[in-house]
Design a protein around this ligand. Structure first.
Ligand SMILES: Cc1cc2nc3c(=O)[nH]c(=O)nc-3n(C[C@H](O)[C@H](O)[C@H](O)COP(=O)(O)O)c2cc1C
Length: 199
């Protein structure tokens, strides 16, 4: 059996910890790979839909991620219809891929949304005050309005915090001496079922 070269690579709990560290770093370091993962939803027409989102928070204890979005966005309608999501991160420097699946809850008029809005910067808040709504068809690329950061509080009504509870997570570590692929699935309780997979 080939030996992978990173310390975590042949240890399932250490591999999961490495994945969680990657997600946590994504929330605090905007240059890290997990800062802007791809989020997949199931489109209203049943097609897969992908887009970039920014990770805002990760609580490893309850396996919960947070990102922010506009209530008027297509993805919010998709989540209302089917809350199942997937996220993808590839850290090229670490040669480490994380794929996860979970269930999303959209918060716009509760304490979760209030706290998330309070933690956001005026510069980010302007996105939620665009007119017309995101995704609306316009005659020219610039045919929409956005307030200055001073006027951005008007976006609160369009703001949503989305929490994703991780149910399944897969890692792939690329190593010259032998790739490693691992799967973690939480069915009941806090401990995952963990197994190695053929890369
Ligand atoms: C670097 C980057 C970060 C982004 N972050 C977010 C985000 O945190 N939330 C969000 O709703 N859209 C974000 N977007 C825009 C989305 O990728 C997408 O274009 C938009 O939300 C519309 O998606 P939808 O029509 O599927 O709802 C980001 C785009 C880029 C390029």
């Amino acid at each position: 059996m080939p030996e992978a070269d990173a310390a975590f690579a042949d240890n399932l709990p250490a591999t999961l910890a490495r994945a969680f560290d990657c997600l946590a770093l994504g929330c605090t370091d905007r240059r890290s790979a997990a800062h802007a993962p791809a989020l997949a939803t199931i489109g209203l027409d049943g097609r897969p839909r992908l887009r970039t989102v920014v990770l805002r928070a990760f609580d490893p204890g309850v396996r919960r991620l947070r990102f922010h979005t506009d209530r008027r966005s297509e993805k919010t309608a998709e989540l209302a219809r089917d809350a199942r999501v997937a996220l993808h991160v590839y850290d090229a420097a670490a040669k480490f891929q994380v794929r996860l699946e979970g269930v999303a809850t959209v918060h716009h008029d509760d304490a979760v949304a209030d706290a998330a809005w309070a933690s956001s910067r005026p510069f980010s808040r302007v996105c939620y005050a665009t007119s017309p709504a995101p995704g609306a068809s316009i005659p020219e690329g610039g045919a929409y309005t956005q307030p200055t950061p001073e006027g951005a509080d008007g976006g609160r009504g369009n703001f949503a915090a989305v929490l994703v509870r991780i149910e399944r997570l897969e890692t792939l570590y690329l190593a010259f001496s032998g790739h490693r692929r691992a799967l973690f699935a939480w069915r009941t309780g806090a401990e995952p079922e963990a197994t190695w997979l053929v890369p």
